[in-house]
Design a protein around this ligand. Structure first.
Ligand code: ARG
Length: 586
């Protein structure tokens, strides 16, 4: 049988006891209670009462009475079971529970919070995915940071994650770019600022195309040349890709992110024609004039290939091929998904992409199903990042460069750590960990659908819900453990941890595996961030209330040192799962 963590076992025990009394409760019905209520775990009995035609409170009272009089529990103190309105309230047995939590951690300290929920199944995570010839945007920053966190979290939940960076390196926009480059391109400017320059060329193309109708035709011709492997077109395109990738790699390096694969959209080129044919032959796709809503991208009146999705409840069809035979983002998406299914045989496909592609991913999911693939698809969506007013956002008309944002964060962190007693090189390294950590934490500590506002002061505050506060909590734990000689005795009874602040902290720490699992199930890293923050607060309250290094006895001191160690493991692992590093000293 697999190892369950203490809280899971306690929930299971509660459910079993209730089932033994004839009520069909399962583990997941048992709630973990926090706050005002006088309980550790609770079971709502409203539905069961309704089914039996009884009053919820009466049923709860009856169950509580039976449980109190029945046999004792393992992790629960059943003699303290009570009823409150329609809830059955359970109490943990503090002695048994402390022992169980400490044993859970000791069983494998390196794997604290790990579970085998994923059962070794594969999940492909599509994240980061910036576009060649465009600057790496703040939107792609979110995808990168959230995607990397999910990769870590799902791995910790027993999945086999495969990360794939779906680089935007193909499509008719490259015809436009090649056309613009042939007309106006300057090698020196390209070398000086590749993605910035290419982006400016692209913008210029669109401006001039408004006056000069020849440009669109020329661009289509360039894309055709690219598709048939014309040497000049290929060579230039390859250079654009290589130069862009070099810039992206520099950003990944700054962020400390490594993605398993980078298979750009162009990688699927050979699969596009056959995919469209197959979709047509299967009757999934049709040739039809594009719907009005498809916009000016399609030549009026000329037929395209599209997948109607009305029967799937989606009004807008998914267009697979333009009238001139060119593929689209969606065509490459479907080909990519098929490739991933063949190659990695995943149990799930995950896409970390902004809210603005919500409709598109619904269309894609429906189309994939119509093509006969039954794999679950999850669009892990997220909102925009808003930058503070001022230097970064007001440089007239210029795109915000992600590198500037990162440098700003690290620069500000450098000021915060300026007066530390350490070498300049150590301060630089510390500023990097704190600055990058602050950016990632600001992103990951919010529920991801919402927009993130970068507020530097809050992000770098040492005493708020911020990366530095949590990093500092870890550093503080390490320093306490160092003072204790790093090898505390292990022969103590965890039952000694009996102060109220202690019980609260143990309880908090015991929730970590749940937080990790919840984050993995809902693809929501903020559940871990929030848990780390609450742990740090409970730790501070406890540390202020009880002597640790100066505890009354050696045994008590050892027991408390273990809580320090477990706190460090919890916050440190949590931060690591979020992709945030912890400095040695701070
Ligand atoms: N390159 C795309 C963009 O910037 C994001 C790609 C996301 N991944 C995907 N499989 N569609 O909008």
């Amino acid at each position: 049988m697999k190892n369950l963590y203490a809280l899971e076992r306690a929930r299971r025990e509660a459910a079993e006891r209730v089932r033994a009394l004839g009520l069909p409760a399962v583990e997941d019905d048992i709630r973990d209670v926090e706050g005002e209520v006088d309980a550790d775990l609770a079971l709502p009995v409203f539905r069961a009462a309704r089914e039996q035609g009884r009053k919820p409170f009466e049923l709860a009272v009856e169950l509580a009475d039976s449980l109190r009089q029945g046999p004792g529990g393992e992790l629960l103190d059943l003699s303290r079971t009570t009823a409150e309105r329609g809830y059955l309230n359970f109490r943990l047995d503090p002695v048994a529970f402390n022992r169980a939590v400490v044993a859970d951690y000791r069983r494998n300290p390196e794997a604290w919070g790990r579970s085998d929920e994923g059962d070794g199944r594969t999940v492909v995570i599509d994240y980061s995915s910036p576009n060649v010839a465009k600057p790496f945007s703040v939107g792609h920053l979110r995808s990168t940071v959230i995607g990397q966190a999910l990769h870590n979290i799902l791995d910790w939940c027993g999945w086999r994650p495969v990360g794939d960076n779906h680089l935007g390196d193909w499509g008719t926009q490259f015809g436009k770019l090649l056309c613009a480059f042939a007309r106006w391109g300057e090698e020196e400017e390209l070398a000086a600022d590749p993605t910035g320059y290419l982006f400016r060329l692209y913008v210029r193309f669109h401006e001039e195309a408004k006056q000069d109708s020849a440009l669109e035709r020329e661009a289509r011709d360039w894309f055709r040349r690219l598709e048939i492997g014309d040497e000049v077109a290929r060579e230039r395109w390859q250079r654009f890709v290589a130069l862009s990738r070099r810039e992206f790699d520099r950003i990944y390096e700054l962020l400390g992110v490594g993605i398993d694969y980078t298979l750009g959209e162009s990688f699927y080129e050979d699969r596009l024609g056959p995919l469209v044919e197959r979709a047509l032959a299967a009757g999934v796709a049709r040739r039809e004039a594009p719907p009005e809503a498809a916009g000016g991208e399609f030549e009026a009146g000329k037929e395209v290939v599209l997948i109607p999705l009305a029967e799937q409840g989606i009004e807008t069809p998914l267009i697979l091929q333009k009238s001139d035979g060119a593929s689209l983002y969606a065509t490459r998406e479907l080909a990519t998904a098929e490739y991933r299914l063949e190659r990695w045989k995943p149990a799930r496909l995950v896409y970390v992409v902004g809210n603005e592609q919500e409709l598109y991913f619904r269309q894609f999911g429906a189309a994939l199903k119509l093509l006969g693939h039954d794999v679950p698809v999850t669009h892990v969506n997220f909102g925009l990042i808003r930058l503070p007013e001022g230097r970064l956002s007001t440089r007239a008309g210029r795109v915000i460069l992600l590198e500037d944002v990162i440098r700003e964060a690290v620069g500000r962190a450098r000021t915060v750590v300026a007066d530390r007693e350490m070498t300049e090189a150590d301060k630089d390294e510390l500023a990097r960990l704190v600055g990058i950590g602050a950016i990632k934490y600001a992103d990951l500590s919010q529920s991801r659908g919402k927009e993130v506002v970068f507020d530097w002061d809050r992000m770098l505050a040492l005493d708020g819900d911020s990366a530095p506060y949590l990093q500092y909590a870890c550093v503080r734990c390490s320093s306490i453990l160092r003072k204790a000689g790093n090898r505390p005795r292990t022969d103590f009874d965890p039952a000694l941890l009996a102060q109220p602040e202690e019980a609260a902290l143990v309880r908090r720490l015991a929730r970590f595996p749940d937080a990790v699992r919840a984050a993995g199930r809902s693809f929501e890293p903020h559940r871990i961030a929030g848990h780390c923050y609450r742990t740090a607060r409970d730790f501070s309250a406890w540390y202020a209330a009880v002597p640790v290094l100066g505890a009354e006895s050696g045994e008590l001191r050892a027991a408390r040192l273990l809580l320090v160690e477990l706190t460090r493991a919890t916050i440190g692992t949590g931060l690591r799962l979020l992709g945030i590093g912890v400095p040695e000293r701070m």
